[in-house]
Design a protein. Structure first.
Length: 113
């Protein structure tokens, strides 16, 4: 399984970005995809996840602002991020979880105040 994350960039506080995680390979082998982020000097944390069945869960810090969704035809998971705050600044990674775990390269999100 290979994961390609994209969509990061620089945005002002209050703005929006949409991240994409495109999966290729044996995509049937995992149970879902999660978005994680790691801010400078901090541990990586789960932001949102979506299972193969469509169940979602979110970190409390992003509930009501971020939405995770998937397009099965494109093997792509999206993270729509609205009302961005400076504290959302981080490198965002997507992870495919199941019997094994796969990580994609991160995409940097910078939110200016």
């Amino acid at each position: 399984v290979q994961l390609q994350a994209s969509g990061g960039g620089l945005v002002q506080a209050g703005g929006s970005l949409r991240l994409s995680c495109a999966a290729s390979g044996s995509t049937f082998s995992f149970n879902g995809i999660g978005w994680y982020r790691q801010a400078h000097g901090k541990q990586r944390e789960l932001v949102a996840a979506i299972s193969s069945g469509g169940s979602t869960n979110y970190a409390d810090s992003v509930k009501g602002r971020f939405t995770i969704s998937r397009d099965n035809a494109k093997n792509t998971v999206y993270l729509q991020m609205n009302s961005l705050k400076p504290e959302d600044t981080a490198v965002y990674y997507c992870n495919a979880y199941g019997a094994e775990s796969y990580w994609g390269k991160g995409t940097l999100v910078t939110v200016s105040s």
